[in-house]
Design a protein around this ligand. Structure first.
Ligand SMILES: *[C@@H]1O[C@H](CO)[C@@H](O)[C@H](O)[C@H]1NC(C)=O
Ligand SMILES: *[C@@H]1O[C@H](CO)[C@@H](O)[C@H](O)[C@H]1NC(C)=O
Ligand SMILES: *[C@@H]1O[C@H](CO)[C@@H](O)[C@H](O)[C@H]1NC(C)=O
Ligand SMILES: *[C@@H]1O[C@H](CO)[C@@H](O)[C@H](O)[C@H]1NC(C)=O
Ligand SMILES: *[C@@H]1O[C@H](CO)[C@@H](O)[C@H](O)[C@H]1NC(C)=O
Ligand SMILES: *[C@@H]1O[C@H](CO)[C@@H](O)[C@H](O)[C@H]1NC(C)=O
Ligand SMILES: *[C@@H]1O[C@H](CO)[C@@H](O)[C@H](O)[C@H]1NC(C)=O
Ligand SMILES: *[C@@H]1O[C@H](CO)[C@@H](O)[C@H](O)[C@H]1NC(C)=O
Ligand SMILES: *[C@@H]1O[C@H](CO)[C@@H](O)[C@H](O)[C@H]1NC(C)=O
Length: 367
C-alpha cells in the first residue's frame, strides 16, 4: 500500500454567528484518492426515507438477516462511535482514542459529574468502499478535555458531530465538518455531555443525544450562538421515554409521509440489563428504531440479535441505512480496534410474525 503523509495545520478563524474553524490535523494516507466524491451525493438514509420506513414496517423479531457484504476496515479504529456512507465508495467513521481512563470520584459529585476528565483524542477516518483507509483526521488538540466524538450524520453537504467530555453532565461542542477537506467548524458549545446528532435540513434543527441517550437536546441553526467557546443554552431538552435502547448512532430520516410528515431518525443502540442472578448477567439487548424527533417516542423498533466474528453485538455504535437495488441495507461496525463493516439485508421470505405496519388500522398514522 502506498503510504505518504501530509499534515495541514490551521489557525482559529472567527466567522459569522460566533463560529470558529478548528485547527486542522489530517494525515492523508492515499493522496491519489479524493476524500469525498465530487459532486457530493445525497445522504442515503434521508433521500430514501419513505422506502426505508416501508421496509422497516415489514421487519419483526423473526426477521432473517442476510449478510450482503463484510469489509475489513484498515488499521487501528480505537472505539468507533458513528459512521456515514457518502456515496457508494466512501465511509466516514468517527471514533476516539481513550489514552488515559476517567477515574471515578467514588460516588461523589464534583462540578456536577462523577469522574475525572481522562485523556483522549477524537478521530474522523475516511475509508474507501473496500475498507482502504484514505485519511485520519484528529478533531481536537492534545490536552483538550472534550475528546469524545459521538454518532454522526451527513446531510448532503456537511457531516455533523459532537465532541464532548467523556463524562456525564459535562460539556460538548457541536461541529460541522466539510467532507471534501475535513474543515471543522464549531457551531455551539453546550453544558452537557452530548453524543449522537442528526440534522433536520428542513427546519435547521440539530438533535443531539445526551449521556446514555437519556435526553435529547436541540439547537437550531437559525438562532445565534454565543461566540465560541462561550456556552449557549439549547433550544429544547427532553427525555427519551424508552429505557429499552440507549441509541448510539442515528441518521436523519426526513419527514416521511407515512408518519404524517413528522421528522424522524433511524437509530441503533443497546443497553446492558440490570443483573438478575440466573437470568441476566451483563446481558446486552438492543435493536434498531425509527424515533420521532419531537418527542423521542420510538415509532417502530425491533430487536437485532446479531454479533460480529469477534463476539460483539452488532448494535455497538456505528450504523447507517440505505436502499440498494430496491432492498434495505443496514451497515454496522461493532468491534473496537480491529473493525469489520457488516452489511445486512432483511430476507423477504422471513417467517411471518403478527404485527408490522405501524399505521392506525384506518391506514393513517394515529398521532
Ligand atoms: C477512588 O477509590 C480508589 C480505590 O479505592 C482510589 O484509588 C482513588 O484515589 C479514589 N478516588 C477519589 C477521587 O477519591
Ligand atoms: C471544579 O471546578 C473548579 C472551577 O472550574 C476547578 O477549579 C476544579 O479543579 C474542578 N474540580 C475538579 C475535581 O475537576
Ligand atoms: C450538572 O452540573 C452542574 C454544575 O456544572 C450542576 O449545577 C447541575 O446540578 C448538574 N446537573 C445534574 C443533573 O447533575
Ligand atoms: C481497494 O480498492 C483499491 C482501488 O480502489 C485497490 O487498490 C485495493 O487493493 C483494494 N483493497 C482491497 C483490500 O481490496
Ligand atoms: C496538530 O498540528 C499541530 C501543528 O502541526 C501540532 O502542533 C499539533 O500537535 C497537532 N495536534 C494533534 C492532536 O495531532
Ligand atoms: C474546504 O472546501 C470548501 C468547499 O467545499 C471551501 O469552501 C473551503 O474554503 C475549504 N476549506 C479549506 C480550509 O480548504
Ligand atoms: C435530562 O433532562 C431532565 C429534564 O430536563 C433533567 O432533570 C435530567 O437531569 C437530565 N438528565 C441527564 C442525564 O442529563
Ligand atoms: C456471569 O458471566 C461471567 C462471564 O461469562 C461468568 O464468569 C460468571 O460466572 C457469570 N455469573 C453468574 C452469576 O452467572
Ligand atoms: C481482526 O479480526 C479478525 C476477525 O474479524 C480476526 O480474524 C483477526 O485475527 C483480527 N486481527 C487482529 C490483529 O486482532
Amino acid at each position: 500500500m502506498q503510504l505518504s503523509s501530509l499534515i495541514f495545520a490551521g489557525v482559529l478563524v472567527s466567522t459569522a454567528f460566533g463560529q470558529s474553524v478548528r485547527p486542522q490535523n489530517i494525515t492523508i494516507l492515499q493522496p491519489d484518492m479524493p476524500l469525498a466524491p465530487n459532486p457530493l451525493p445525497l445522504p442515503g438514509a434521508a433521500s430514501n426515507a419513505d422506502a426505508i420506513v416501508a421496509a422497516f414496517a415489514k421487519l419483526g423479531r423473526t426477521t432473517v438477516w442476510n449478510l450482503a457484504q463484510k469489509i475489513k476496515m484498515e488499521g487501528e479504529t480505537f472505539e468507533p462511535e458513528g459512521m456515514v456512507r457518502v456515496g457508494d465508495d466512501r465511509f466516514f467513521v468517527s471514533g476516539y482514542n481513550a489514552i488515559a481512563p476517567t477515574p471515578s470520584f467514588n460516588g461523589s459529585i464534583i462540578n456536577g459529574t462523577d469522574r475525572a476528565a481522562g485523556v483522549g483524542l477524537p478521530h474522523l477516518w475516511v475509508y474507501s468502499g473496500n475498507g482502504t483507509k484514505i485519511a485520519d483526521a484528529t478533531l481536537a488538540q492534545n490536552g483538550d478535555i472534550e475528546y469524545h466524538v459521538g454518532g454522526i450524520d451527513y446531510d448532503g453537504e456537511y457531516i455533523w458531530a459532537t465532541i464532548a467530555q467523556d463524562r456525564p453532565n459535562s460539556t460538548a461542542t457541536l461541529v460541522k465538518i466539510d467532507p471534501t477537506n475535513i474543515t471543522v467548524t464549531n457551531i455551539v458549545h453546550i453544558t452537557d455531555h452530548l453524543g449522537g446528532v442528526v440534522h433536520d435540513v428542513e427546519t435547521g434543527n440539530l438533535h443531539m443525544l445526551g449521556w446514555g441517550s437519556r435526553n435529547a437536546s436541540t439547537w437550531n441553526l437559525n438562532y445565534k450562538a454565543a461566540p465560541y467557546p462561550a456556552f449557549t443554552t439549547p433550544r429544547n431538552v427532553r427525555r427519551n421515554p424508552s429505557y429499552w435502547n440507549d441509541y448510539q448512532d442515528c441518521k436523519f430520516l426526513g419527514h416521511p409521509a407515512a408518519y404524517n410528515f413528522r421528522a424522524v431518525m433511524f437509530c441503533s443502540g443497546l443497553i446492558t440489563m440490570p443483573n438478575v442472578p440466573g437470568l441476566y448477567n451483563n446481558t446486552q439487548v438492543g435493536g434498531i428504531s425509527i424515533v420521532d424527533l419531537l418527542t423521542m417516542v420510538p415509532l417502530a423498533e425491533i430487536p437485532v440479535a446479531l454479533k460480529s466474528d469477534l463476539g460483539a453485538l452488532m448494535l455497538n455504535n456505528p450504523v447507517d441505512v440505505n436502499i440498494v437495488d430496491g432492498k434495505m441495507r443496514v451497515y454496522f461496525m461493532p468491534d473496537q480496534h480491529n473493525s469489520t463493516m457488516y452489511v445486512f439485508e432483511p430476507e423477504d421470505n422471513s417467517p411471518y410474525e403478527f404485527g408490522g405496519w405501524p399505521y392506525g388500522l384506518s391506514g393513517e398514522f394515529p398521532l
